[in-house]
Design a protein around this ligand. Sequence first.
Ligand SMILES: Nc1ncnc2c1ncn2[C@@H]1O[C@H](COP(=O)(O)OP(=O)(O)OP(=O)(O)O)[C@@H](O)[C@H]1O
Ligand SMILES: [Mg+2]
Length: 311
Amino acid sequence: MSEAVIEVRNLVKEYGELKAVDGISFEVMKGEVFSLLGPNGAGKTTTVEIIECLRTMTSGHVKVLGLDLSSKVREIKSRIGVLPQDFNAFDLLTVKENIEFFGGMYNRSLDAMDLIKAVDLEEKTDEYFKNLSGGLKQRVGVAIAMVNDPEIVFLDEPTTGLDPKARREVWGVVQGLKEQGKTVILTTHYMEEAEVLSDRVAIIDHGQFIAFGSPKEIVDRHGTGSLCIIAGADVTCMKILREQWPGMETKNGNCIIKLESKNSLPEVIYALDRSGGNYEQIQVTRPTLEDVFLKLTGKKLTEGGDLANGK
Ligand SMILES: Nc1ncnc2c1ncn2[C@@H]1O[C@H](COP(=O)(O)OP(=O)(O)OP(=O)(O)O)[C@@H](O)[C@H]1O
Ligand SMILES: [Mg+2]
């Protein structure tokens, strides 16, 4: 049985009239990657910054590494690492100098070159921070978050604004943290990121959890079922499919059928075979966290985000 390194009970944060965090409870287990997935303004940063001892809560109970948030701030801060959402380092210091500078703020810090290797930045060791691309800057940020050899690492939207290649490189760094046994709390509004990296995800909207569990559990519980897509079906196939599945949709010449049970796919194949018509291809797609979010809220996760086009 794994131990809980973060325990949050009935956490509430109000900014005046606005309830930014509205009574959430969860635990994060040692060694897991736990993601808060939600759109802009959902309450992700507020939640993690309360746990990081950077903001105060309105009410609730939070323990980090078994320590009470209200009385053990110094100890908690020394045992966690943080990549803030608006991370920036010193433009006119090099990668190594920046890491050494932040390391100097702790009694004990890891070797800068070891951290540079861990985030795969050896070639940029002596490059000024200002000359790095966005993705490389975020990797410096992860190295700085690791400088005190923390047990828990918080990464607040580490890939927002990055291109897909840089984003995947940061994913690799996060997976490296997990392999080292670190507990990682990630916030993101990219469902694919949460799906790929996380052991468990809390989908958050308007300060409340609307779904919780492993990506697979969430999809199984709230998903819309798998879809069978038949490309290039001729009139004969179409006719039979429509007779048997009156709810079938057609999009861009593809027939789309919701698979309601385990038998549905063989039934589709059998019907196509029996029709004597032709088709080009059959594909089955599982619903994603994005589909779940759309189903539960009626809106797209990335709507209103700075990367709303799902880069
Ligand atoms: N210091 C503050 N004072 C007043 N309102 C705030 C403050 N910080 C956040 N808010 C509001 O609280 C809500 C939650 O904000 P928060 O930054 O936690 O969301 P988020 O999920 O991190 O969003 P994003 O994806 O844009 O980073 C938003 O409506 C925001 O405008
Ligand atoms: Mg935020």
